[in-house]
Design a protein around this ligand. Structure first.
Ligand SMILES: CC(C)[C@H](C(=O)O)[C@@H](O)C(=O)O
Length: 467
């Protein structure tokens, strides 16, 4: 029988399956961060257990770390407690841990792939919904809850039921200025934030195959925003070249054997999907969200929609509420929306290619006077180093952008980086929910180049016209 990539990943990890489909899945890699692990470790301790396979875990503090100088530790007591708790737990159980001052520290979904801790064919879980990111490597990767974190620590397995399979097929050459972020926002605009509920999404087609691993990570990262816990991309040379030579990657004969196996990690021609959604890359324009859900998205040449034209009463109500929160008037051209802050970072868009794209836009220019703050937060210490070697930090600083230490930062304002009430932000992150970037803050999701361009112009601009 022809199998999907998802079938192959699932079947190769079944420890035991019940008749009703309830399955014990083996977990190859468990990523751990400070927000969702404290109670899991407490539970483990209370039951007198220890991690079943210590080496399967990689822990890092990312959500609560300051992005300014860390020499004085963390000022906020709640953030400090979370990070210190992870420090203690990682030490007590002997987990590989990149503490806040380790050069390898960064956002968990950036450092996993960067270290080669995420490898093709793995099952990867973490107490974090954006674990879908790792599916870019031909992995079955998704978020889990804290009680599951404890379960994985204790048993290296997870109770799961198989999802349905969706193929999102994107074909054609991407027009200039269009990025992976625009692809995934366009997908969410098309299928909605519930479109992927109950599915694992495979992203395929010539456009996806032409993306770098960083682009594929951006796409898979936001599968969860389309309602699918897991997103994935087939393994090809791009995947294998990326993985080669990373600290956790196999070497020697193990490498050769692994590559032989990784080569089968694609859907067989003719494999059956429960749903296929097609997108034509040529039609994708720079995307900008206007509302409080990632599906409330349009293109830069669009306008804020008019709820009066929406026939569905539930949707109309949601639009009206979103427009009040976002302080936007129907029919306003997106390009007329002025912003107060810029955030370039997050597990969606904080990798070196993202920073390069943003730097290219701001080079030799300066932040607009109405933009109070433009933050650039690299995804890891190693991304930061690389960017500095390339002189990107100087380009940003010369343009009046702040160059910070790595972490989740203003994606969700668990540290000190936040929007003040009423502030409007061009953000490369993944969620534009009410209060996401700070109470009363207004988030517009865009690509790194679009965020950078908005920071220079003071309002959204069509990146395609700047080339
Ligand atoms: C803190 C964590 C539980 C949360 C998630 O799971 O997604 C966060 O990373 C987010 O992006 O909202």
């Amino acid at each position: 029988m022809m199998k999907t990539l998802y079938d192959k990943l699932w079947e190769s990890h079944v420890v035991r399956a019940e008749e009703d489909g309830t399955t014990i899945l083996y977990i190859d890699r468990h990523l751990v961060h400070e927000v969702t692990s404290p109670q899991a470790f407490d539970g483990l301790r209370a039951a007198g257990r220890a991690p079943w396979r210590v080496s399967a875990n990689l822990a890092v503090a990312d959500h609560n770390v300051p992005t300014t100088d860390r020499a004085d530790g963390i000022a906020d007591p709640v953030s400090r407690l979370q990070v210190e708790t992870l420090d203690r737990n990682a030490k007590a159980y002997g987990l590989t841990y990149f503490n806040m001052n380790d050069k390898r520290q960064g956002i968990v979904h950036v450092i996993g792939p960067e270290q080669g801790a995420t490898l093709p064919g793995m099952t990867v879980v973490c107490g974090d919904s954006h674990t879908s990111t790792h599916g870019a490597f031909g992995c079955l990767a998704h978020g889990i809850g804290t009680s599951e974190v404890e379960h994985v620590l204790a048993t290296q397995t997870l109770l799961a039921k198989k999802s349905k399979a969706m193929l999102v097929q994107v074909d054609g050459a991407l027009p200039a200025g269009i990025t992976a972020k625009d692809i995934v926002l366009a997908v969410i605009g098309k299928i909605g934030t519930a479109g992927g509920n109950g599915y694992a999404i495979e992203f395929g087609g010539s456009t996806i195959r032409a993306l770098s691993m960083e682009g594929r990570m951006t796409v898979c990262n936001m599968a969860i925003e389309a309602g699918a816990r897991a997103g994935m991309v087939a393994v090809d040379d791009t995947t294998i070249n990326y993985v080669k030579g990373r600290p956790f990657s196999p070497v020697g004969p193990h490498w050769d054997r692994a590559v032989d196996y990784w080569r089968i990690l694609h859907s067989d021609p003719g494999a059956r999907f429960d749903l296929v959604v097609g997108l034509n890359a040529a039609e994708i324009k720079p995307q900008v969200t206007w509302g409080t859900s990632p599906e409330m998205v349009t293109s830069i040449d669009g306008r804020v929609p008019d709820p009066d034209l929406e026939k569905d009463a539930v949707k109309r109500d949601a639009m009206e509420k979103a427009l009040v929160y976002m302080a936007l008037t129907p029919n306003t051209p997106i390009a007329d929306i002025r912003i107060d802050k810029v955030f370039i970072g997050s597990c969606t868009n904080s990798r070196i290619e993202d920073l390069r794209a943003a730097a290219e836009v701001v080079r030799g220019k300066h932040r607009a006077s109405n933009v109070k703050l433009a933050l650039v937060v690299p995804g890891s210490g190693l991304v930061k180093d690389q960017a500095e070697r390339e002189g990107l930090d100087r380009i940003f600083k010369d343009a009046g952008f702040e160059w910070r230490e790595p972490g989740c930062s203003m994606c969700l304002a668990m540290n000190a980086d936040r929007l003040e009430p009423g502030e409007r932000c061009a953000s490369t992150s993944n969620r534009n929910f009410e209060g996401r970037q700070g109470q009363g803050g207004r988030t517009h999701l865009v690509s790194p180049a679009m965020a950078a361009a908005a920071g220079i112009a003071g309002h959204f601009v069509d990146i395609r016209t700047l080339r």
